[in-house]
Design a protein around this ligand. Sequence first.
Ligand code: 6R9
Length: 671
Amino acid sequence: MNAPSTAQGTGQDTEHQGLVENRIFAPPAPFAAQAAVSGMEAYQALCAEAERDYEGFWARLARENIEWQMPFTRTLNEDNAPFYKWFEDGKLNASYNCLDRNLKNGNADKTAIIFEADDGTVTNVTYKALHEKVCKFANGLKSLGIKKGDRVVIYMSMSVEGVAAMQACARIGATHSVVFGGFSAKSLQERIIDAGAVAVITNDEQVRGGKQLPLKAIVDEALAMGGCDTIRNVVVYKRTGGAINFKEGRDIWLSDLVDQQSAECEPEWVEAEHPLFILYTSGSTGTPKGVQHSTGGYLLWAALTMKWTFDIKPDDVYWCTADIGWVTGHTYITYGPTAVGATQLIFEGIPTYPHAGRFWENVAKHKVTIFYTAPTAIRSLIKASDGDEKVHPKNFDISSLRLLGTVGEPINPEAWMWYYRNVGREQCPIVDTFWQTETGGHMITPLPGATPMVPGSCTLPLPGIMAAIVDEAGHDVPNGQGGILVVKRPWPSMIRTIWNNPERFKAGYFPEEFGGRYYLAGDGAIRNKDTSYFTITGRIDDVLNVSGHRMGTMEIESALVANPLVAEAAVVGKPDDTTGESICAFVVLKQARPTGEEAKKLATELRNWVGKEIGPIAKPKEIRFGDNLPKTRSGKIMRRLLRVLAKGEAITQDVSTLENPAILEQLKESA
Ligand code: 6R9
């Protein structure tokens, strides 16, 4: 594990972020007055309750927020730490909690989903209609022989059907594994194999930014690569009607599968620890890891944080712009909003089509009250409105907004201020929510009616989250001193294991150096001397964050060296004004080092290759060719030097351990 001093960071100036930033914004009084958690005393009271009786605290919340078919009697089982179990003898069903519960609570005719298609077409789906859709879908999956414990891969676009597919799996106790629609056939194939999935649910095509893009064809390609012998069926949702190949006996249209099914489907009651889903994410090795989540603890978190962090109220129109292919789309689209009976907007398209004011146009059109997006989107829309006045939020009636949020990466104070002023009109609190695929939901975030906000800081842990900053020996560091972010006690929505790889789970997240009991987030952080607020300083492992998407440098390197032309590759992150970080690859070819036009041509070829191997999001922005890479005498690539080169800075570090100092000169230029 690297020391935080070697953190790659995300281009953030931590001095400025954590220590010098002294603007502080109290929650607007009208907001605080009506908030679920109103004022810091209320927040502190919850923290105190958790400190006093940790298990009692979570048991109370689990009883209040979840409907159990069989109540639990044991709250937390730590016997086989770090394989913690929560509410283990309780039984429930996630889809029941998200749908049936709303029908019973008088929300049957309430709009669950407002679907805004890429071309602006709007479809409203009530809770009753969503329930019916999910039940039919679930019965259809059952008719294919899919049952509790089976894994189902979902490779779909943003759609009501995508959410319904996830909920339908949950209803019958099948474990879903959603793969983001931007991943390549190869990535999809790897995930299908690792999960041992029995079926894939997909679209014929997806529509984004006015373009029709293939999905089913990529599934075909993935399955044709071999190794996916566990797959029996491919269910296809017809989105565009574009031409696709159909394999008789394997492929089935969603409509043919569900139309004749009953609109009732008795939920499969599962144990609280039953895996609701697996979601693959990047780590510091070449292969993505299947983060496994529970049903009970996870669902509790989804519901609870909708109330705590988003202060969700019956009349809110909530909009999370994430994709269901990422964890944010799982917790804050599919499960959280429905678990609390909210009305949410689901958007099929992209922020810049047909113009870069689309987000604000959508807010105005649907009277969105709570808006949750990524800093990278905010930064790109700032840029767009600098270049074109017409798409500035001031030209849209976005006065319905009452709360704003960000997720996925640090937000730089300037972007925070722009968001606060121009989108929030200085009347909306901003919740800068720090969390991860592994944490299941928010961990460190302001509570909008309680916590005074500081631009660029995710402020304080949620009640009951024992977050701390430690040094390499696992000792607490004082405020003002950077270190490693850990969570000292288990919490209900934490990762349960890595699918098929409990050893990697244990070693990666609960390292022995910390007694095997602290959860290691993989981020560095620092707490402010006066406020104790947390600021995340960036990953301490070899994980990059590009536009809020997690990417392992090793994954990209493996993809590059898989190309027959490449002898060796090293990938580092480089600070980027819009995407936070960008990918810079240093490549040694088997042939002589290319220059000029040839280098440009080969760089394009390799970029596309990575796009094919992993997906377009993993394409390096820059590729630099060298005869070699800077290495120590023992042959280790000196990545810290590559990071400096990528930034275009002069090397001032000690290079005495470097075997081949002359190489640095060569690697200065991009292809
Ligand atoms: C939800 C999600 C997790 C990594 C995480 C950290 C970064 C997320 C952040 C943030 C600073 C925030 N991250 N939220 N950094 N401030 N508010 O993004 O999950 O894709 O697993 O990424 O993202 O580095 O470790 P995931």
